[in-house]
Design a protein around this ligand. Structure first.
Ligand code: ADP
Length: 497
């Protein structure tokens, strides 16, 4: 037999064995091997093998297990052992037939494979970390590109042509921002760091909130030859699903975005209905369609139906991957039907939830969803200033550009507010103030946080004062009086994302 075999009696004495078993154990002879009692031999007891033999004798059950072993004669091996009860014609268990297989080689391969798999997974993880880091790094210069082109495109001193260029820079910046946000979303989903806050939501409210988003997208694409139609084949009322509203909107936005992008004439139809206890939302277009052999892969990351470098439509190939992962995280399904050159329909379905649970949910759902921090560029500025007029001037400018403002009247208040807030992106620090001046406040805040941008705003014009401000820990200085442009320039330049 190509396998190692032995039989034992009820007392654990070896009755028969074969040559393969001797090779297996590195044993010099059959006699030597037969001296072993499998129920009492210490190395077998220590490894728990004796207990398995005993169990087979007591219960009559077949047993299979794997283990490593160093034999009495120094042979080491990995084995798989099958124990079978021997039963006589009176139905009594009289012993055990043990068959062993040397699986050392398999184990070696298994370990190699496992190592390779771990290595590949680690490389994949490193790549995702790299992607996430680089995306965050890219947001900092983008902040300046989007922020300054925003200012320029409104600047009355510029020619029409120049404003148009600023507009192009701005659009390009937003395009890049969308890509970077997609990558960040994708890596946070993959790294399982994404927060999903499922709530019971009435589907008609959900759809009502999608329609303005869809209209807005239409407006952005400015495609004159297609129209948006919203439809429902069902009178849906009192139908609830359990989803995260913001994430549902993100999925719908992705699908609508694609429908508009890949359609040049005809219509985009948004539809919704219930079927087999599911709520189904569909986005149908009359666009270019997707070939059969690409209909699966486009849901994979970075994959596109047209993967030629010269392809007509730009994109990252991440939109559908994000939509798929988000759908899964909310217990839904996503799929498509498409005919080349005729159009595509994307479906997302979520199980209909028991509406009675909505009340419980309202009680339990105390944690509020923290809006996707990456999707809005709303920064918070702590404005430290004792002069009321200056405060109003700065607040007005910054609010016009969608900054959130927190106010402190002196250094002491500034330190208190800073200690109690986690969302401050930069500080505008007046230097001369009562109670505690800006130099001292900057030193204290710098000790708490070495990174927060602090911009001194001062009427002190001496070089020495400026040096003192920098020595106290300020990153930059705005000299009063400053213009709107100068203020925005300094703020945008110093904010880190
Ligand atoms: P992106 O559009 O950024 O390339 P997506 O993941 O959103 O990435 O889509 C992947 C691919 O699926 C697209 O590149 C396109 O080839 C195909 N696709 C998606 N939606 C449509 C659609 N409505 N019509 C035709 N093709 C589509």
């Amino acid at each position: 037999a190509p396998l190692a075999i032995l039989t034992i009696d009820k007392q654990g004495n070896i009755l028969t064995t074969n040559q393969m078993m001797l090779d297996f154990l590195g044993s010099p002879s059959k006699e030597e091997t037969m001296k072993i009692n499998v129920l009492t031999f210490p190395p077998l007891k220590d490894k728990g093998v004796s207990a398995q033999f005993k169990k087979c004798l007591d219960t009559g059950n077949k047993i299979k297990f794997e283990n490593n072993y160093k034999s009495k004669w120094g042979k080491t091996l990995y084995y798989r052992l099958y124990l079978n009860p021997i039963i006589n014609n009176k139905n009594n268990i009289t012993g055990v037939l043990a068959i062993a297989e040397d699986i050392s080689k398999d184990k070696k391969y298994e370990k190699k494979l496992l190592d390779a798999k771990n290595k590949a997974e680690e490389a994949d993880r490193q790549k995702d970390i790299f992607l996430a880091n680089i995306s965050h790094e890219l947001r900092t210069p983008l902040n300046s590109i989007i922020g300054f082109s925003d200012i320029l495109k409104e600047d009355e001193n510029l020619e029409l042509e120049q404003k148009k260029y600023a507009q192009y820079i701005n659009e390009g910046g937003h395009h890049l921002l969308k890509l970077i946000n997609d990558i960040i979303d994708f890596t946070t989903i993959k790294g399982k760091q994404i927060k999903i806050n499922n709530e019971y939501i009435e589907t008609k409210d959900l759809i009502a909130s999608i329609i303005p988003v869809a209209k807005n997208q239409f407006y952005h694409f400015n495609k004159k030859n297609i129209e948006l139609i919203t439809n429902s084949t069902d009178k849906i009322k009192d139908t609830f699903i359990k989803v995260d509203k913001i994430r549902f909107t993100q999925i719908a936005t992705n699908l609508i975005n694609n429908a508009i992008k890949y359609t040049n004439k005809g219509s985009i139809i948004l539809n919704y209905y219930t079927k087999n206890n599911e709520f189904i939302f569909t986005v149908k277009d009359t666009g270019i369609g997707i070939p059969k052999n690409k209909q699966k892969i486009i849901f994979e990351r970075f994959r596109q139906a047209d993967e030629k470098l010269s392809r007509e439509y730009e994109g990252s190939g991440l939109g559908l991957t994000i939509a798929t992962e988000l759908t899964k995280l909310m217990n839904g399904r996503i799929w498509l039907e498409s005919t080349l050159k005729k159009g595509s329909t994307f479906f997302v379905a979520f199980p209909i939830a028991n509406k009675n649970k909505e009340k419980d949910n309202k009680k339990n759902n105390t944690t509020k969803y923290n809006d996707n921090e990456y999707n809005n560029m709303r920064f918070t500025i702590l404005l430290v200033e004792d002069n009321v007029n200056n405060k109003i001037y700065i607040r007005n400018i910054l609010e016009e550009y969608k900054f959130n403002i927190l106010e402190a009247n002196n250094g002491k208040e500034a330190v208190e507010i800073f200690k109690n807030s986690t969302n401050i992106d930069a500080i505008l620090m007046d230097l001369q103030m009562p109670i505690m001046d800006g130099f001292e406040a900057t030193k204290i805040i710098r000790n708490i946080n070495p990174d927060i941008p602090i911009i001194a705003q001062t009427a002190l014009a001496f070089q020495e004062d400026k040096e003192n401000a920098i020595n106290a820990g300020c990153n930059d200085i705005l000299t009063k009086p400053f213009s709107k442009k100068e203020l925005l320039f300094k703020v945008i330049k110093n904010i880190k994302v």
